[in-house]
Design a protein around this ligand. Structure first.
Ligand code: AMP
Length: 113
């Protein structure tokens, strides 16, 4: 997988507002927030996008969701939040290191844009 700016954030080469970290994942505030709370949750191991995940990544994907749960609680948005994964450029993915967008603190419409 090509090096991305998220890998550089993991290596602390680029500064980010980190809100959570464990051995598996890192979470930091989106630089261009689309909601009052907008946090990106990324695996520390490289995965380009969701469709590159396989059976061997089942535990990792679960941990990302559980991290989202925990962060939502810590950020006070556990009652209402949205998780978005943009998979592929056509879906709006711009950084090719898998990430969950955790959004909250406002109301959301459906369907998403
Ligand atoms: P996506 O478009 O789904 O690939 O999401 C990439 C996200 O990364 C966007 O919401 C950007 O605002 C965010 N982003 C880009 N550069 C940074 C950065 N240096 N720190 C935090 N978030 C960033």
């Amino acid at each position: 997988m090509a090096d991305t700016l998220f890998s550089r954030i993991i290596r602390r080469e680029i500064q980010a507002d980190i809100v959570f970290e464990d051995e598996t994942c890192l979470a930091f505030r989106d630089i261009n927030p689309q909601a009052p709370v907008h946090i990106l949750i990324i695996p520390k191991t490289p995965l380009t996008r969701l469709t590159d995940a396989g059976e061997q990544d089942a535990g990792l994907l679960g941990k990302l969701l559980l991290a989202a749960n925990r962060i939502a609680t810590e950020q006070g948005i556990a009652d209402a939040f949205r998780i978005v994964v943009n998979n592929g450029a056509g879906a709006g993915q711009s950084v090719f290191h898998l990430h969950l967008h955790l959004l909250g603190g406002r109301s959301f419409t459906w369907p998403p844009g």
